[in-house]
Design a protein around this ligand. Structure first.
Ligand code: SAH
Ligand code: MG
Length: 218
């Protein structure tokens, strides 16, 4: 028997992550709108949804909206009075995402903030935003270390910190990369117990770094 990541991915997706019209519509509109196909996979989307449900998340912060595909999964994990705040630098991406959130019937739970994420994160802190239960970092990889620094104070104790696409660059290149630096940083923080979960993609593997902001006692 041979390792076949594509086959494994399709098996899991067909059983556990069937795509409804909101999700296929989001992918179609991203494609016709010329957005890059760099969204999470169906199986990773389901994993994100489950992680949010596990901690009963009511407030989620996403850095990197694209067309709202991962965001729909997060929004579906939220209660009716929950909120997904999602940060995006590209106005066209944000427009496509808004339509996709509307089609999915979750737009009332989503707040898309347009602008460079580092600035918006600074603004959220300055505004005294309520703490988030979950933070998902998935924007420009060079910014990950900065997003860690800026978003950690916005995360509640016991909250989940997730970072996407943290495996291939970190392992396959000798060069310094944003995700490699990110993994090294969180691995070195005793108050942030962490692990990289390998994620199946259609071709090969990627990684999702999962960290918990531990309580003072932890
Ligand atoms: N989370 C999405 C994929 C995000 S792709 C999903 O899985 O469905 C990365 C997104 O980050 C792109 O839309 C890109 O425009 C955005 N981005 C890149 N640099 C950014 C920055 N400095 N601030 C905010 N968003 C940024
Ligand atoms: Mg990603």
């Amino acid at each position: 028997m041979e390792l076949n990541t594509q086959g494994y991915n399709e098996y899991i997706a067909s059983l556990f992550a069937p795509q409804d019209t909101a999700l296929t519509g989001a992918i179609d509109d991203m494609q016709s709108g010329g957005l890059p196909a760099i969204n999470v996979s169906a199986t990773e989307g389901k994993l994100l949804q489950l992680l949010a449900l596990t901690i009963g998340a009511k407030r989620i912060l996403e850095i990197g909206t694209l067309g709202g595909y991962s965001g729909i999964h997060f929004a579906r994990a939220l209660p009716e009075d929950g909120k997904l705040v999602t940060l995006e630098i590209d106005a066209h991406h944000a427009e496509v995402a808004l339509r996709n959130f509307e089609r999915a019937g979750v737009a009332h739970k989503v707040d898309i903030r347009l602008g460079p994420a580092a600035e918006t994160l600074g603004q959220l802190a300055a505004d005294g935003a309520q703490p988030f239960d979950l933070v998902f970092i998935d924007a420009d990889k060079g910014g990950y270390a900065e997003y860690l620094r800026l978003s950690l104070p916005l995360l509640r104790e016991g909250g989940l910190l997730l970072a996407d696409n943290t495996l291939p660059e970190a392992v396959l290149t000798d060069e310094d990369s944003g995700t490699k630096r990110y993994n090294a940083l969180v691995a070195d923080m005793p108050k942030l117990p962490s692990i990289v979960i390998p994620i199946l993609r259609q071709h090969g593997l990627d990684g999702l770094t999962v960290s918990i902001k531990s309580t003072p006692a932890g």
